[in-house]
Structures are given as structure tokens and as C-alpha cells.
Design a protein around this ligand. Structure first.
Ligand code: DLL
Length: 439
């Protein structure tokens, strides 16, 4: 029996959703044209006026927005309302350049909270649940988003934020947390820590809502098994509000996009051409209800596939696949496209856990890629010969997945730093090299 937070909207017939999206788009384009000078200039350059947008069929006439545009317009360039109408800001981590700051009116926050509430209910949440939020609070959207959604559902909410693993586990036991919200890498670390300390029988968790970073099906199976829960994926990005842009239902086959608030397209990242449903490309979002930071046709750089196939949960909103990686997470090594998720799949299939780190380098104009991976504490190699045998096996499996040689180093458990938020999977020393050339 499916659970909905807003059944009327979540199961609306597709034709009605598209009509609603079209109407909201027309209004939103007027709002943006009137209030965001940067976008007005872009539309003028392309000779597009708000009157040319009659519905969804005209979406392709609008220009794209990129992360660089947001950085150039930092901080207020995309603001669609006076600052006196804003009640909140959130921001990206800014590890790869200038931060992006996103603004919210109270109504924008209410919409965002509802999107997260839908995700919690889809994961089986009710007002009787104890929701344990260990996404970071503060500028990161993870804590605030799931916290708001949990309040909307009426759950008892534990605003744990990230870090202090001992306290997380203690509260989980003492207060009977039933739904865990954090990054999948932190969930895996919590599971590892709970097993080390013992007392799994005192943990009441039944579900986890994990997102903010790429994770594989193999990692899902590991977390579900070690914590005895059902693990649901949740997706979102600061620019489009935060978590809850899309979320998984009990089918766990792709994430339903909240289409009454966001229009999704998939494009060819090289040409910008809109691709038919079912083809893989870059995900693009148009916000049709948010007023303070109303991005139209925002290029996410996330690579994924959309599907309108009927879902047995009854939700009619389109589903997106797990992002297969970010176009900027994708490394080109020796001319081959490599996503960390491909490497993770090989490691987990071979019985390792997702405790790995990739180091990419350039030596004498030639790329090298190394992968440090921890052996399992329950299955350490007996000696050097056994360790080398296992490394060779992994090298062969990675070669057949990627077509290139990855230098594998098996290392002791806990030698790779654990993350409380998004895991650091790649150290690309070639970027440093490129940057140092610019200085
Ligand atoms: O990560 C928002 C979020 C918080 C989502 C909590 C889910 C849960 P940003 O820090 O702006 O926002 O990063 C957004 O993270 O473009 C994706 O590349 C990646 N990402 C987010 N969710 C997923 C997911 C938050 N479920 C960027 N699977 C996005 C894979 C994800 N990647």
C-alpha cells in the first residue's frame, strides 16, 4: 500500500501535470524576465520575449543557465525578489570555485519542506517516526531540508548534524531513531561503527534516506544488510532548493521528480540538444514555483536518464535514474571516461566495502590512476603474496570494466579517512598541475 504526502499531486495524470507545468512556466518566465536582469538580457540577445512562451512546448526557446553564470552573478545577480522578502540563504560547499548562494522566501521554504516531506513519507515515514538527521546543518542544504520535511510530516526530529559518531549511536539507541538521514558514505561508516561497538539489537532503524553523493546499488545492498533497513535514495542540489528535488518510493527504481515544482530535461552536454526520454545525458531543471532564486533551464552537470514508465507505487511523476556521475566527476584518464561509480561497482562485487580513494596523476605527459582500497577487517590477507594475488585480481576486473590499467593498493582497514558528509573519492593531482600553470 503506497503512502503519499500529497496524493492528489503525486498521482496526478501525466497530461494534467504537463498542463500545470506549462501554466506555471508561463508565469515564471514573466517573473524572471521582469526581475532578473541577467536573464532578461540573455533572452533579449536570443530574441525571445515572455509572450513567446505559451506552455511546455516552448521551453526549448529559453537559454540555459550554467554554474559559471551563477558564479559570475554572485551574490545577488539571480535574485528574483527584494532581499526584504527573503527569509533564508543556503550555499554550496564551494570546493571547486566561488560559492553559489541560493535564496528563499517563506513560500519557497514551504515548498522545499513539502518536497522533503514527500520523500520521508515515500520511505514509510509517519508522525510516529523518530527522524535522525545527520546531514550537516548550516549552509549545506541537507540538514535544513530533511529537518523541514520531517517537521511537516510531524515526526519527532533529531537535528544531530554531522560528526561525533559516538553521540550519534548513543542517541539512536536512547531515543529509538527509526529513520536515518545522511550521506550514504556516512551511513556505511555508522554501520561499521555500530558493528564494532556491538548492540545492533538496540538500534530501531527501519529506513534510511541517503543522498548528496553518488552511490551504487552494491553499496545500497551493503548498508541495507548491515543495518537491517531499507535504504532510499534522495537527490537535489542547492541551486534548485536542496534535497527533495526527487526521491525514491518503495520500488527503489529511480527517483520521482517533484514535477509540480520542477521541469526536468535531459540534454546532450556537448550540443545542448534536448534528448528523448530514455536517453542518457545532462539533467537540466527549470524551477516553476520558486520565487527568490528562480532558475530556468539550469544545467546540473549530473548525467542521468529519465523514465515515464508506470510505477507500481502509483506516483505519476517522472523518474530519474541515480546520477551516473557528474560530468565534472567524470575523469578522462588516458583518453577514457572514468566514473568513480564504475570502480565502486567492481570493488563491491569483489567483496570489498566502499572505502576507497582514487589518485590520478600525470607523469611525463602520461596519465596514471591508482586506487587505494581497504581490505575487509574480517578477511585480511595472510601475507604479502596473498595481498598481491588479490591486488592482481582487482586490477584485472577493473581493466575489463574500464579498459585501462588501474594500479591497485590494498591497505589496512581505517587507513582511508572517513567522511561525515560527502566522501572524497578522487584526488586529481593533474588539476593542481593545470592550476599551477595558470598562476
Ligand atoms: O547535495 C543536496 C542534498 C542534500 C541532496 C542531502 C540529497 C541529500 P549540493 O551540495 O548542492 O546539494 O550538491 C548537489 O550533489 O548536483 C549531485 O551531483 C550530487 N547529488 C545529490 N544527491 C545525489 C544523489 C546537495 N542522490 C550535487 N545521488 C548534485 C548522486 C547526488 N549524486
Amino acid at each position: 500500500m503506497a503512502n503519499y504526502f500529497n496524493e492528489a499531486v503525486e498521482t496526478m495524470p501525466v497530461e494534467e501535470i504537463k498542463k500545470l507545468q506549462g501554466e506555471r512556466l508561463v508565469e515564471q518566465v514573466k517573473h524572471v524576465y521582469e526581475n532578473v536582469e541577467f536573464y532578461r538580457n540573455k533572452m533579449d540577445e536570443m530574441g525571445v520575449k515572455p509572450e513567446d512562451i505559451h506552455g511546455l512546448e516552448d521551453l526549448h526557446k529559453l537559454p540555459f543557465i550554467t554554474k559559471d553564470d551563477l558564479r559570475d552573478q554572485y551574490p545577488y545577480g539571480f535574485l528574483g525578489v527584494p532581499t526584504s522578502d527573503c527569509v533564508r540563504i543556503q550555499s554550496t560547499s564551494g570546493t571547486t570555485g566561488r560559492r553559489v548562494v541560493s535564496f528563499y522566501t517563506q513560500e519557497d521554504i514551504d515548498i522545499w519542506d513539502e518536497c522533503c516531506a514527500r520523500a520521508i513519507v515515500a520511505a514509510g515515514g509517519t508522525k510516529d517516526d523518530v527522524v535522525h538527521v545527520c546531514y550537516g546543518y548550516g549552509l549545506f542544504t541537507g540538514g535544513a531540508g530533511l529537518n523541514g520535511g520531517s517537521h511537516k510530516v510531524g515526526c519527532m526530529t533529531l537535528p544531530m548534524s554531522s560528526g561525533n559518531t559516538d553521540r550519534q549511536i548513543q542517541f539512536m539507541k536512547d531515543l529509538g531513531s527509526t529513520i536515518l538521514c545522511c550521506t550514504p558514505s556516512y551511513a556505511a561508516y555508522l554501520a561499521e561503527s555500530i558493528h564494532e561497538r556491538g548492540g545492533l539489537e538496540d538500534i530501531k532503524l527501519k529506513a534510511g534516506i541517503f543522498g548528496a553523493e553518488a552511490w551504487t546499488e552494491e553499496m545500497r545492498a551493503n548498508i541495507e544488510q548491515s543495518l537491517g533497513i531499507k535504504a532510499y535514495d534522495i537527490y537535489g542540489l542547492t541551486e534548485i532548493s536542496g534535497p527533495g528535488v526527487s526521491f525514491e518510493c518503495e520500488e527503489q527504481k529511480g527517483m520521482h521528480i517533484n514535477e509540480d515544482h520542477f521541469i526536468a530535461e535531459v540534454i546532450n552536454p556537448q550540443t545542448g540538444e534536448v534528448l528523448p526520454e530514455g536517453e542518457k545525458g545532462e539533467l537540466v531543471f527549470t524551477c516553476i514555483t520558486k520565487k527568490a532564486f528562480p532558475l530556468l533551464r539550469y544545467r546540473t552537470r549530473d548525467i542521468c536518464v529519465l523514465s515515464r514508465q508506470k510505477c507500481s507505487c502509483g506516483r505519476t511523476h517522472i523518474r530519474m535514474s541515480k546520477p551516473l556521475g557528474r560530468s565534472d566527476d567524470m575523469m578522462v584518464v588516458k583518453g577514457v571516461n572514468v566514473f568513480p561509480s564504475q570502480i565502486e561497482t567492481v570493488l563491491l562485487n569483489d567483496g570489498y566495502e566502499a572505502n576507497y580513494q582514487l589518485v590520478v596523476d600525470r607523469v611525463k605527459n602520461s596519465d596514471t590512476i591508482a586506487c587505494d582500497v581497504e581490505w575487509s577487517p574480517s578477511n585480511p590477507p595472510e601475507d604479502k603474496v596473498e595481498r598481491e594475488r588479490r591486488e592482481k585480481k582487482l586490477v584485472a576486473h577493473l581493466k575489463s570494466m574500464l579498459g585501462i590499467l588501474v594500479d591497485v593498493n590494498l591497505v589496512a582497514p581505517k587507513s582511508i579517512p572517513r567522511s561525515e558528509g560527502k566522501a572524497v573519492r578522487i584526488i586529481d593531482n593533474r588539476n593542481l598541475y593545470e592550476e599551477s600553470k595558470l598562476k
